[in-house]
Write a protein that binds this ligand. Structure first.
Ligand code: GRG
Length: 300
């Protein structure tokens, strides 16, 4: 964060402006779906707040690559739709079986399981619609690459694969390599797609894409380590989701394997690593550097 302070970059303001921009775009992105019950269920979870980290990362990397973040806004909303879908499905009784998300009852608690599943499905497919059909001004070949990244992140090579291993690991002895696999797929893949897709919209060169790939792998892993830590150190009220869930579900976590102090040290080292990769871009990378710092500094 020191480099960030040195550039005079106002991160708090940046984050709040990004969040507001994303909120407006999300609100506009959900059209008049029919029937009304589906529309309500989709809006309930998508507009329930949340840090909006994935879309903000996307806009920041588009800007770093010299693009107009406005052109990446449909992709940014798509990322939040995929993320929200994964939260709705993750909370289902067949998965983590949770009652609280983003400070409210979970989607299936309000609308029932069938509607929650379908609202998730509709958000996932709307995400691809946002990129393919609602991204004016972005060349088709760039959009095709974005669709590729989103497909990899959402599917078996990403979220789904990570979730399967996560569920299968409950109550089992899990080693650090398996835990890292879970974190990188279940959480890291979409964070990586967020960073890469913004740059792809801007037509970034391969050297920048490679740097962003390393940056996002590191912040993705750090993000989930901090999530594991917050699960044991923060309250449900602050988190907006049930605290202590990993323990109840008998999940292996970083704190369980390494202790709180070492887990935090690892997360901080990963953030340092991420920032070092972007050092050649200097002040232009200030938002992504600050976002990396935010991942370890956050309290929810
Ligand atoms: C059906 C294609 C398909 C995929 C679903 C359910 C599932 C597969 C994967 C689970 C993925 C998951 C819920 C991972 C946890 C990621 C995580 C740390 C979420 C919390 O993210 P924050 O802190 O939440 O950014 P907010 O609410 O701030 O957005």
């Amino acid at each position: 964060m020191t480099a960030v302070v040195a550039t005079g970059f106002d991160f708090k303001r940046y984050l709040e402006a990004g969040r507001q921009r994303v909120e407006l775009a999300l609100d506009a992105a959900l059209g008049p779906e029919r029937p009304e019950s589906l529309r309500e269920a989709m809006r309930y979870s998508l507009l329930a707040g949340g840090k909006r980290l994935r879309p903000i990362l996307c806009l920041a990397s588009c800007e770093l690559a010299g693009g107009d973040p406005q052109l990446a806004l449909p992709t940014a909303t798509a990322l939040e739709m995929i993320h929200t879908m994964s939260l709705i499905h993750d909370d289902l009784p067949a998965m983590d079986n949770d009652d609280l998300r983003r400070g409210r009852p979970t989607n299936h608690k309000v609308y029932g399981e069938a509607t929650a599943i379908l609202a998730g499905d509709a958000l996932l497919t709307r995400a691809f619609e946002m990129v393919a059909l609602r991204s004016p001004g972005v060349p088709a070949e760039r959009l095709l690459r974005v669709i590729g990244e989103l497909s990899l992140a959402a599917g078996a090579p990403g979220l789904v694969g990570g979730q399967i291993v996560d569920l299968a690991s409950e109550g089992q002895a899990v080693d650090l390599a398996t835990l890292e696999y879970i974190h990188l797929h279940k959480t890291g893949a979409l964070l990586q797609a967020s960073v890469l897709s913004g740059a792809l919209v801007a037509g970034a060169e391969e050297s920048l894409l490679a740097a962003l790939r390393s940056y996002s792998r590191a912040i993705g892993l750090a993000f989930q380590i901090i999530d594991d830590i917050l699960d044991v150190t923060a309250s449900s009220e602050v988190l907006g989701k049930t605290a202590g869930k990993d323990l109840t579900a008998d999940k292996t976590t970083y704190p369980k394997l390494l202790g709180l102090e070492e887990s935090r040290r690892r997360a901080e080292a990963l953030v340092q690593e991420a920032c070092a990769v972007l050092a050649p871009w200097q002040a232009q990378a200030a938002p992504l550097l600050a976002l990396a710092g935010y991942i370890t500094a956050r309290d929810r």
